[in-house]
Design a protein around this ligand. Structure first.
Ligand SMILES: [Zn+2]
Length: 274
């Protein structure tokens, strides 16, 4: 059994503010350490349940947050950005199941710590084949295209509930109870990492017992609509061929989920203010 851990930062133990997850800010160093600890707990749980290989994709910001010198030596780390599959780098390498560690709720959720979808600056909403989508939806659909189900997730209570509602009966580790976008009641690392390790262990046991959720498969062709935050962002993103526009809402159709994922990333990258 080979597991891919896709790690983000907003849903990591103790994180409640952008300062905590922004490279260059003095608080960031503390939370890189906590992110590494949350990921290590998931690795520990996976191996305890019989996983043979664990690959980690560092998916926040520029993909260089996890402290490799503190990482469980049994895992390997995909680091840096841009990588071909972004937050899901490694998904094409015969992965049997995926963990989402440190994930957050989609843009517009409440109560939810640092809720957003891909870009808190540019993206006001995303729809995948007409259903509201978070980052977790896009990443799960890419996993599903590669035949891998999402087995577990960690984050605040709203993120975990959204993922369980959309992606199937996955295992969850709620490491904080959000009370607002920048506030939460947080478990200390000793308690949260125990929850993460236990959920990871249950998740991999279910994979072995064939009681894990089914892969999240999106029917092709794949249509993605993106509500951008302002019309100049839409002006820039419209440079991408094949995109249609209604106000600040852009829409495109792709032949497959990997093509849709790549086009979505290109669209958001183009939309950034410059
Ligand atoms: Zn992030």
């Amino acid at each position: 059994m080979k597991i891919l851990i896709s790690a983000d930062m907003e849903g990591i133990t103790g994180v409640t503010m952008w300062d905590h997850v922004t490279p260059g800010h003095s608080e960031y160093a503390r939370f890189r350490k906590l992110m590494t600890a949350d990921v290590n707990a998931a690795v520990r749980g996976a191996f305890a349940a019989g996983a043979e290989e664990v690959v980690i994709s560092d998916g926040h910001w520029n993909g260089s947050n996890i402290l490799i010198e503190e990482l469980d030596p049994r895992a390997s780390l995909n680091s840096g950005s841009p990588s071909p599959m972004s937050m899901m780098q490694g998904i094409e390498q015969d992965i049997h199941g995926v963990f989402f560690i440190g994930y957050h709720a989609k843009q517009g959720s409440h109560p939810a710590v640092l809720d957003h979808t891909w870009s808190s600056t540019c993206v006001a909403g995303v729809w995948l084949n007409d259903s509201p989508a978070g980052e977790y939806t896009l990443n799960a659909a890419l996993a599903g295209h590669n035949g891998a189900p999402v087995l577990m997730a960690s984050g605040d209570q709203t993120a975990c509930a959204q993922m369980a509602a959309q992606l199937g009966s996955l295992e969850t580790a709620v490491v904080k109870q959000a009370t607002g976008r920048f506030s939460a009641s947080c478990l200390p690392p000793e308690a949260s990492t125990a929850l993460i390790a236990a959920a990871a262990e249950r998740a991999v046991r279910r994979l072995a017992d064939k009681t894990a959720p089914a892969p999240f498969v999106i029917k092709a062709p794949v249509t993605i609509a993106v509500d951008l935050a302002s019309s100049d962002m839409a002006d820039r993103a419209m440079l991408l061929p094949g995109v249609t526009r209604e106000g600040v809402k852009l829409c495109f159709t792709a032949a497959s989920m990997p093509e849709a994922y790549s086009t979505f990333r290109s669209l958001v990258t183009l939309s950034y203010p410059r």
